[in-house]
Design a binder for this molecule. Structure first.
Ligand code: LLP
Length: 410
């Protein structure tokens, strides 16, 4: 499916009015879109008892989590801070899946004390956990299924050179630890990567888990992670969620029949729920004509949206102020003192100083990966919900930048 048209309004609220009211740059999220994505997933996986654990890292504003909760999903957290954000949003510990990687054991213990579901991805940590908790705290194991999948190398995490998960080839060692400490393993987990299009990859991952699962008699759920691909540009493919849902739930139900008990099927979508809901509105500061390229220099940059630089990610851009002018070719660049090309070689309606541009697919890993590089301030966040634009994060002010610096008296 191609991305939706270039909207001038979200739920009848004009993006221009949002930019005027809250200033630019500003992240705007369409709450209805998030709810609809959750519904689509619930429908696609209705063949099994599904639990959605929203991958908080994609977009961690408390209000987004509250909305996700309202729509019936839980939370996937990868840090104790994300766990606490989930608790603030009103989730109970039991609704939160905590999947840490390379954190201190003290952090794991803190999470145990908060009552969240712990998902361990390292043999030595599993052993430490067993020594301390024995069978008194149920735990999930993150397996590394040895599958290379994902939109690019940086977001492929299920292969055998990845730091994530306990290799499937270490199953004997896992079983040894589990037996030694009589551990209560209630879940098995995989997450192979992000931007995965092919239904066969999800099925392959699931089959790896099914094969291993018979060795664990106390399972309550299998968690297949996230990674569904969404469309970023016209003509782009996105995961056929109905097809994946149908195939995976069918295989899951067959597995449960053999396992002898109905388990829950867990998913941890990030991008699928929030990528397309988000728009980053920026303003053209300058039009810079050079002998080779015409740059649109905007009041944002890699400090607010790092995906194009980090992953060569393509984000569609459109001219909100001037949608029907004759077209010209531009590089849209930021104001950061580094090459921060947000979009290159784009044909857009002619833009002038002061025009508002909108960068699409900015919901997932947009604000959550933003920084203060170049001592710039992070943008405001606005949620459009039930036909109204609500400020859900204030724009940073200069004092925020310096408030934690301890100024010495030289
Ligand atoms: N579960 C686990 C354990 C994960 O590590 C991730 C993402 C997800 C779920 C959600 O994956 P999603 O459905 O969003 O693909 N910053 C990168 C993506 C990094 C994903 C990290 N883990 C990007 O902007 O493409």
């Amino acid at each position: 499916m191609s991305p939706a048209q270039n909207p001038s309004h979200l739920q009848a609220v004009s993006l221009e009015s949002i930019a005027n009211q809250f200033g630019t740059p500003v992240y705007v999220y369409d709450g209805e879109k998030i709810t609809n994505q959750i519904k689509a997933l619930q429908h696609a996986f209705s063949g099994a008892p599904l639990k959605i654990k929203y991958a908080t890292k994609a977009l961690s504003n408390v209000n987004i989590l509250k909305l996700v909760k309202k729509a019936g999903a839980g939370v996937d957290a990868v840090s104790i801070e994300e766990v606490k954000i989930g608790l603030i949003a009103g989730f109970s510990g039991g609704e939160i899946m905590y999947t840490p990687n390379c954190v201190s054991f003290a952090e794991v213990q803190e999470a145990v004390n908060l009552g969240v579901m712990i998902n361990l991805d390292n043999l030595s940590v599993l052993e430490e956990f067993g020594q301390i908790y024995g069978n008194s705290v149920p735990v999930c194991i993150r397996l590394n299924p040895s599958i290379m999948a994902g939109g690019n190398a940086k977001i492929s995490v299920g292969h055998d050179k990845s730091k994530f998960g306990i290799s499937i080839t270490q199953l004997p060692e896992i079983l040894e630890v589990v037996e030694k400490y009589n551990m209560l393993i209630t879940g098995l987990h995989i997450h192979t990567g992000s931007d995965i299009y092919d239904a066969a990859v999800f099925l392959k991952g699931a089959n790896v888990v099914f094969d291993v699962a018979f060795q664990f008699p106390n399972l309550k759920f299998l968690d297949f992670g996230g990674g569904f691909k969404v469309a970023y540009k016209p003509g782009d493919l996105s995961t056929d969620i109905e097809n994946v849902g149908q195939k995976v739930t069918e295989a899951f139900q067959n597995f449960c029949a053999k396992y002898g008990r109905q388990l829950e099927l867990w998913l941890e979508p990030g991008k699928f729920l929030v990528s397309e809901c988000g728009y980053l509105i920026v303003k053209v500061n300058v039009v810079k004509v050079t002998p080779t390229i015409t740059f649109l220099g905007v009041d944002s940059g890699l400090n607010h949206l790092i995906r194009p630089m980090l992953y060569d990610a393509y984000h569609s851009v459109y001219n909100l102020s001037n949608p029907i002018a004759p077209k010209a070719t531009y590089d849209v660049v930021g104001y950061i003192c580094e090459t921060d090309t947000l979009a290159s070689d784009r044909v857009l309606p002619e833009a002038k100083k002061g025009d508002l541009l909108v960068i699409k697919n900015a919901g997932a890993y947009g604000f959550s990966m933003a920084s203060n590089y170049n001592s710039r301030l992070r943008p405001a966040e606005v949620l459009v919900w039930e036909g109204e634009a609500k400020l859900i994060r204030k724009r940073e002010v200069f004092e925020d930048l310096v408030k934690n610096q301890v100024i010495m008296d030289f």
